[in-house]
Design a protein around this ligand. Sequence first.
Ligand code: ARG
Length: 460
Amino acid sequence: MEKLWGGRFKKKINKEMEKFISSLSFDKKLVRYDLLGSIAHAQMLGKCKIINKEEKDKIVEGLKQILKEVQKGKIEIVNGEAEDIHSWVENKLKGKIGTIAGKLHTARSRNDQIALDERMYLKEEVLKIQDLLKDLQKSLLITTQENLGVIMPGYTHLQHAQPILFSHHLMAYFYMFERDKGRIQDLYKRINVLPLGSAALAGTSFPIDREFVASQLDFNGISENSLDAVSDRDFILEFLSASAILMMHLSRLGEELVLWSSKEFNFIELDDSFCTGSSIMPQKKNPDAAELIRGKTGRIYGNLVNLLTTMKALPLAYNHDMQEDKEPLFDTVSSLETSLFLMSKMIETMYINKEKMEESTKGDFSTATELADYLVKKDLSFREAHKLVGKIVLYCMENEKILEDLTLTELNSFHKDFNEDALNILKPQSAVEAKDSFGGTSLKRVEESIQKAKKILKQK
Ligand code: ARG
């Protein structure tokens, strides 16, 4: 296929060099946006009388045909067939309508074209990701509601800390994902700006109408500075950063699913459809989806650092280095979308072993803080109370007792202010109910937070 340049060259391009610079194998993903952007551009050229109506009609018709054929799978984009997706489109157009195709590139450059294609692509993917995040939040909320009242150990340092509601634990993730959604919603505004019309770097001498193209392509604004528009990739970097944070959240949930489904925890069983077996150990059922979500987080971080490094210290304006932005972007989008989908399905289908969760909170001394709080309410300082209850725990351990076994006489041997009611606060259930502060784990507070979450999901 013909190149988009060559007039000033005497020699043919070196074969290795040709392969080295080609981006078609990956930027072919942008074909639809390249075609739609080109259609809008051609319509603008016609409207502004930069090309005549007949030329405009031919170009638009040709591009629409190519779009249809691409969508129906009638034409295949073969790697090596062109330097990049922009050259490929122009070549195909020339094949359909002849040399008039060459007029399409008036008042634009591949530099503003690629920035446009990427913005169009990312706008669509970001909306998909928002929906997937919402689906995951819904799965969390449903599981939360179905298991309301189930008590589990709450952990710090992965040691039993204080009993909590399982629903409270799940809702923690709901709110993490809500902030992820917020970050993505916010960065969408900055993607939604049209770079086309910046041409190579300086703008163009043709009387173009950028507002018209923006409205055709549903952009909310147009870029202010032509150099900036063709040379920055901060809109991708913002997306990769938000994705890295989101993946970090997913990896924590993934890790918990792995832990919880182990024999040691046995809090949940993941559905068979999201696990695999072992080729040697017939009994095995591995939590692969959760593990891989955890594992993919590494590449998502890598993609961010990759592009940050590529962009570092690049002089203005466009540099070919920037062609390297696409693979990390595409990889993040696809890994993220699959991870969100699978996580949501795993949460929706997992079996919750309520009995095992509740049993784990028994005899683990995780209500010791309640006992200290009790004494503080009798006017001891928290420090004193903490020390004294520490001694009670030690006494229990040395005498192979659990807190719930203690009698009032035993408690009084540590402090005279313990009364009958002190015995009731030692049950995990009472400890949970006592955590009634705003944002705490009591049933009432968790129910409140569920109501808020429902409202959040109803908003757009
Ligand atoms: N394939 C290029 C990229 O992705 C498109 C822009 C190329 N511009 C150029 N002048 N070679 O960055």
